[in-house]
Design a protein around this ligand. Structure first.
Ligand SMILES: Nc1ncnc2c1ncn2[C@@H]1O[C@H](COP(=O)(O)OP(=O)(O)OP(=O)(O)O)[C@@H](O)[C@H]1O
Length: 518
């Protein structure tokens, strides 16, 4: 392994092209805490740089500093060898730096072409906006990207992947020199991910530099040329991905070796606890039935759009189904809203935790104890200490990185916000917990902690429904795997029976065993 370690500026072999972007000694503090401390980064034209770090390492702060959202307390940013300062995202964009965010603000009611040129529409004679020319230019951009996207479509009708493509087209229209992609594949299907990889290869070939942020090591090794590792806001290492192995990179990131073996505890599986029969929805799923037993982890696997989350939301009373019954402990129960679901002993940790899970402007402690305040007691005496004790327990279990438990959740990194929501629902001490993509956005070191925790839950008598798009996670933890495709349950596998090939084939609508039989 050949890496540049610890705060030395990245070295470049002589004769290489000059960096398009160079950061030196960048520091940023929040309330006395260093989110970035003397960080450097260097990227050349046509290079894909993976920015790697645990939850809270400083990656988003770095992106916000690069795109003019935050101003650094110290350090310099150079574009093409010229020192620059960005007081706004517009200034960063004008210098050729632009970011493709997971949740970028777009004008939903406007068309694709309008979104690309918003604020800088070319005008014709008499100052009129020249729509024809805007649409023709947008079409030319998509032709260059080899993406089929109608430029008159409303953005509100686009998929997440298509929105990414609009943003990439917008970046190209502004002659972006550096495109930052922050977890761009999080909500994409396999096919869309491949299309994104192809576009990244095109950007690289055209000399655009790409900063690629991801917690998924397989995709980092697939798309990136080099890596920069941050840990606790500090620059740790940089180098070529061809010169390093995955475990070496993980060790640089976490500061220790991480064993990724799935800690599946041997638990005796008991009687049926939750029986779902004939669940139907007008558009999302049809005739879905399954049984969850005591002490069991039931995996739900499927491709994006298979209907898994929609089934769970209907089960938890968040959306209405048109038909179907639920039995708990053999007794039929009517769940028409989340409050009834919670009262029956269900908990649901949603996939979109930032919007549906956390109260961002409340402290960590209150977020975790909010659903159980009535159990803690309304008497003020001793309540604070009880709340703190419960919150501390879950914060430790989930390896939460925060300065203190009274810190507001909006001050935490994305991954740590997700851990707070996990803790909040675990604190309700449910009989059945539904975890929807529990490790999405969570770094590789903390993932192991979450997996350990899931495994521990069942040893304590809970039953778990694990909805996950990560095949190793499902195969490693689940006792049985239910596979959904286009709103239907297509297969159910026992633990030993499920292999990556059979599960993926079923999720894609192909059934290998049927093919073999035929
Ligand atoms: N507005 C803020 N106020 C206070 N602290 C903040 C703020 N933004 C970030 N921080 C802190 O800075 C540190 C770095 O956070 P950052 O969001 O950059 O991490 P990250 O590497 O992007 O993590 P993740 O992978 O979880 O998204 C964290 O300790 C976080 O709590």
């Amino acid at each position: 392994m050949s890496v540049t370690q610890l705060s030395s500026p990245p070295l470049r072999p002589a004769g290489d092209s000059a960096p398009v972007l160079q950061l030196s000694g960048i520091s940023k503090r929040f309330n006395g805490v260093h989110a970035l401390n003397n960080v450097c980064l260097s990227i050349r034209p046509g290079e894909v740089m993976a920015l790697i770090g645990e939850n809270g390492a400083g990656k988003s702060t770095m992106v916000k500093t690069l795109t003019g959202i935050y101003q650094p307390d110290a350090g310099t940013i150079e574009v093409d060898g010229q020192a620059v300062t960005f007081r706004s995202p517009q200034e960063a964009m004008a210098a050729g730096i632009t970011a493709v965010h997971q949740e970028t603000v777009m004008f939903d009611e406007l068309s694709v072409a309008e979104n690309i040129y918003v604020g800088r529409q070319p005008t014709g004679r008499f100052g009129r906006v020249d729509w024809k020319s805007i649409e023709a230019q947008a079409e030319a951009l998509f032709a260059r990207l080899e993406v089929a996207l109608p430029v008159r479509a409303r953005v509100k009708d686009l998929s997440v992947a298509q929105r990414h493509f609009v943003e990439i087209a917008r970046a190209l229209s502004q002659d972006a020199r550096v495109v930052i992609m922050d977890e761009p594949t999080a909500a994409l299907s396999q096919r869309e991910i491949r299309e994104l990889y192809r576009i990244i290869a095109q950007l690289r070939a055209a000399g655009t530099a790409v900063i690629f942020i991801s917690h998924k090591f397989d995709e980092i090794f697939e798309v990136a040329d080099r890596y920069t590792v941050l840990r606790d806001g500090q620059f740790i290492a940089e180098g070529a991905l061809a010169d390093i192995t995955e475990p070496e990179l993980v060790a640089l990131m976490v500061g220790r070796a991480v064993h990724q073996a799935y800690p599946k505890a041997e638990v005796a599986i008991g009687a049926p606890l939750l029986e779902v029969q004939g669940f139907c929805h007008p558009t999302e799923f049809k005739d879905v039935s399954f049984t969850l037993r005591r002490g069991e982890i039931l995996g739900f696997y499927g491709l994006v759009g298979a209907g898994r989350s929609e089934v769970m939301q209907a089960l938890f009373g968040l959306t209405s189904k048109v038909a179907g019954t639920v039995r708990l402990d053999g007794k039929q129960v009517a769940i028409d809203c989340p409050a009834t679901a919670i009262a029956q002993g269900l908990a649901y940790v949603p996939e979109d935790r930032q919007h549906h899970g956390a109260h961002l402007t409340l402290p960590i402690m209150h977020n975790i104890t909010l659903p159980i305040l009535s159990n803690i007691g309304f008497f003020l005496r001793g309540r604070g200490a009880k709340e703190a004790g419960i919150a501390r327990h879950f914060a430790e279990q989930l390896e939460l990185k925060a300065s203190h438990l009274t810190q507001n959740v909006d001050e935490l990194s994305g991954g740590n916000q997700q851990k707070v929501v996990l803790g909040k629902w675990l604190a309700t001490d449910p009989k059945v917990i539904i975890l929807d993509e529990p490790t999405k956005g969570i770094d590789i070191g903390s993932k192991a902690a979450v997996h350990r925790f899931i495994s521990e839950l069942v040893t304590r008598g809970l039953s778990v429904i694990l909805v996950s798009s990560e095949l190793p996670e499902v195969l490693g933890l689940a006792d049985r795997v239910v596979v959904m495709h286009h709103g239907h349950v297509v297969r159910e596998f026992a633990r030993g029976e499920a292999t990556p090939e059979t599960v993926v084939a079923a999720a894609s609508g192909l059934d290998l065993t049927q093919e073999v039989a035929a």
